[in-house]
Design a protein around this ligand. Sequence first.
Ligand code: DGJ
Length: 535
Amino acid sequence: MRFITGLAFVLLVTGQAFAQKSLLPALVQKNGHYSLIVDGKPFFVLGGQVHNSSAWPKMMPAVWRSAAILKLNTLEIPIYWEQMEPQSGKFDFSFVNTLLQQSRQHRVKLVLLWFGTWKNGSNHYMPEWMKRDAARYPNITDKNGQPVDSPSPHANATLRADIKAFKALMSYLAQTDQQHQVIMVQVENESGSWGSVRDYSPEAQKLFAGPVPGKLLEPGLLRALNVPLVTAGTWMEVFGDRADEYFQAWYTASFIGQVAAAGKSVYPLPLYTNAALRDPLTNPTANNYESGGPTDNVIPIWKATAPALDLVAPDIYLSGSERILKVLDLYNRPENALFVPELGLSEERAKYLFEVIARGGIGFSPFGIDDNGTVETAAQTAKRLAPFAMEYATLEPLINMLARQATEGKISSVVEHDDHADQTINLGSWQLILKFGGDGRANAAPLYTPEATGKLLVVKLGDNKFMLIGSRCHVTFKPNGNNAGRAWQYLKVEEGAYSHGDFKATRILNGDETDWGGPGFSDKPTILQVSLVVR
Ligand code: DGJ
C-alpha cells in the first residue's frame, strides 16, 4: 500500500481544487480578442434556443431531437422564475437537475436563460405570489398615469426577490454542476419597456427631477454618449431629449447588474443579457423600440452600471444585410465580446454565422429549434432546420479551431448583400474576387436567390495557402501586393472535410471545376484547401 505524505496530500488537494477552478467556463480577453474558454479550451457556441414554453420535462424529447438534427454543441434554454420558486423562498430545482443530467447524456453544453423580472419587457415569468401583490412588486406607470405591462426598475422588493432567486439558482449550479455543463447564464430576457419610455410613478418622478448619479457623469461615458461634458445636473439638463430613455436604461441596467453581481458572487460563470434591437441605421427615438434595454445607443450606460455582466448581446430579428452587419459591428467592441444568443430561424440569416466567427465572436444561436408541441415529423424538423444544420455539420469538427484562428486575425469572411454585388477580400499578397449566386459550377451564370445566401469564410494558412468554406459563390484569386502583376496558377485545389482536427481531402478539383477563373461553391457548404504558386 502506498502512503501519501502530508505535503503530497496538500498538493493533491490544492491541485484538484485548482483543476476544478481552472475548468470553470470563462470569458477571457487577450491582445484585444475575446475567447470563451470551456473545459480549458477556446469554444464557440454553435447554439440553438428552444421556444419559450419548451423548458418542461415532457417537452425535452422533442428538444433533444431537434438539437441532434441541428448538431448544436450548446442548448439555450430558459429557467422560469414561476417554475423555480412557486412559493416565496421555496425553491424547486428539479427541472435544473433534469437538464443537467440530460445535457451530460447528450454531451451538449447549456446556456441557461434566467426568465426573472423581465421577459420581453414584461413581468410575465414572475411567480404567482408576486403577480398577486402588485403593490409590493409594481409595474411602471406611463405619462398619463396609466399602468404599463412592464416591471418597475425602481422596485426594491422586486430587486431583493430577484437577487434571492438568482443567487439560489447559481448556488445550486455551483454545488451540482461539477462537469460544467452550464457554460453561461443569461440574466433576464430582453429587458426594458414597451408602451412607455420610462416610469412616471411619483417615486420615479422624484428620482428623475434629482441629480444624475456621479458615475454617469464621468467624462469618458459622456463622450461615448455624445453628450457635452458637465459635472452636475438633472437628467433633463444633462441629457435633453434622450433623458427619459437614459434614465430608464440606467435604472434597468443597475437592477440587472445587481442581480448578476449577486449570482456571480456565489458562482462566477460568464453572464450576459440580451437586447431587443432598435434600427441600427436611423437613430430612432425610444418610443419606437423597447426602452432601457441594452440597445446599441446605451451600451456605454450598461457597461458603466452593470460590470458583473460580461457582455450585452443582440437578438437579431431584423432583416437586410446592411442592418444586420451594422448590428454585428455595434456589438463587437473592445469592451464587449460579440455573441448572438438569438436570431430568427430563417434561411437568409444562417450566413451571418460566418461573420460572427470572422469577427472573433463567441457564439451564434437561432431561436425556436424545437417543434413547440406541434406534431412535426423528424423529416419536417430536418427541413425546417436545414439552412443552419448544413452549416453546423460542416463547421462543427473545426469550430473551436476557427475560434482560435479568429483571435489570431487569420480569418476573413463575406456574405452576399441584398444587392448581390461582387465583393473582394484583401489577403495581402492575394486578392479574392467573389461573385454570388450560381449553382456551384465554376462557369455557371449567376442565379441569385432572393434570400441572398452566398457566403465565404477564408482562413489564411500560409502566404500562398488558404482554406475556403463557402456556399453559393464563385471565387477568383488575383495576385496582389508584392505578387501584383506576376504570373501564377493554382498549385492544388482540394475539396474535403475536417476530422479530429485534420483536413482530409476527398478529391482534387481541376479542369472545369477551377479553370473558369477559380472554384465555385454550390448550395451545400463546402471546404476547399487552396494552394497557389507564382511563376
Ligand atoms: C425574442 C425573445 O427574446 C424570445 O424569448 C422570443 O420571445 C422571441 N423574441 C420571439 O418569438
